[in-house]
Design a protein around this ligand. Structure first.
Ligand code: GLU
Length: 308
């Protein structure tokens, strides 16, 4: 029989391993392959729109002068936005969205310079012009629309809960009273727990991978964020963690752009529609997020809200 102590030790080792795995290093059993992104042949090839011009967009003009795009993303979210620490290469569904957008804006996708930006810092990064656009599990909502613009949505996620496999008492957010739950600072899931489930003991870190680490070392009882993110972590360590219950929110993922750059927002919406119609979106999904066990859904309708 495994004692609690054994389990904790095992989980601690696994936490370290998972962290490294998330960082895409080889870890675990002898001979297990290093975590790599999707096979290049499984990914769509995005045709660069060579003659494309968007003079009405200050962001596009700046990128054009610079010669490449700077895109904000996540680097530790399995199948969504992951950075290989050895090569520095980013991969995942959000990264594919960023790459297909680049091609439509007339830039070669492989010239994109990705910058890792945590949930709490996205608005400032866009407001300060540190990045041209942001693709990283970024929920569109009215509060954020006051600070930045959004193209999309390009995917619909929902808030969920990740627990250790031996946890039987947490099945939904209503079971969190007196339990510790971890989320990322500046995220909508964090805010929802704080507002709607005030009896939960909420802990915040910069990233969800730190939360997962805390879950595996028994420092917290659950991790909460979008199901798309949690399923990726669970798929990497299915013996240790499980996603429980039904999604309890709607999280429409948008591409963040500087607030007043309506020309860029419009061009990205056009590009999303084109790629959803020509099959690139589905192919990209299946090669990335689809690998965490989610079948390709029909993408949500694009919301071309008026300039505000
Ligand atoms: N989609 C949620 C948000 O934008 C959670 C994921 C994240 O923090 O990136 O706040």
């Amino acid at each position: 029989m495994r004692t609690n102590r054994d389990r904790q030790r095992r989980s601690a080792a696994l936490a370290l391993c998972l962290l490294l795995t998330v960082l895409a290093a080889a870890c675990g059993k002898d001979g297990s392959p290093p975590v790599k992104g999707p096979a290049p042949e499984a990914l769509p090839v995005y045709q660069v729109d060579q003659g494309f011009e968007l003079p009405a967009s200050p962001t596009w003009r700046k990128a054009e002068r610079r010669g490449y795009l700077i895109v904000g993303a996540k680097e530790d979210q399995p199948y969504l936005g992951e950075k290989d620490p050895a090569s520095g290469v980013y991969s995942g569904f959000d990264i594919e969205i960023a790459r297909m957008m680049a091609a439509s804006l007339g830039f070669e996708p492989k010239t994109i310079r990705f910058r890792t930006i945590a949930s709490a810092n996205r608005e400032t990064a866009l407001q300060n012009g540190q990045i041209d656009y942001y693709v990283g599990t970024y929920t569109i909502n009215d509060m954020r629309k006051k600070l930045v613009g959004f193209a999309g949505p390009y995917y619909m996620a929902g808030q969920g809960l990740l627990v250790r496999t031996d946890e039987n008492d947490i099945k939904g957010p209503q079971d969190l009273d007196g339990r510790t739950v971890c989320s990322a600072a500046g995220s909508t899931p964090y805010q929802r727990i704080a507002e709607d489930f005030p009896k939960a003991v909420l802990v915040a870190y910069d990233t969800y991978s730190i939360c997962v680490d805390n879950l595996l070392t028994f420092q917290v009882d659950a991790v909460t964020t979008d199901d798309a993110i949690l399923l990726g972590f669970a798929a990497k360590a299915p013996d240790e963690m499980k996603v429980v219950g039904k999604p309890f929110s709607e999280e429409p993922y948008g591409i963040g752009v500087p607030r007043n750059d309506n020309a860029l927002r419009g061009a990205l919406n056009d590009a999303l529609e084109t790629n959803e119609k020509n099959g690139n979106w589905k192919k990209a999904f299946e090669a990335t997020l689809g690998r965490s066990g989610v079948p390709a859904p029909t993408p949500p309708p694009i919301d071309r809200y008026p300039a505000n």
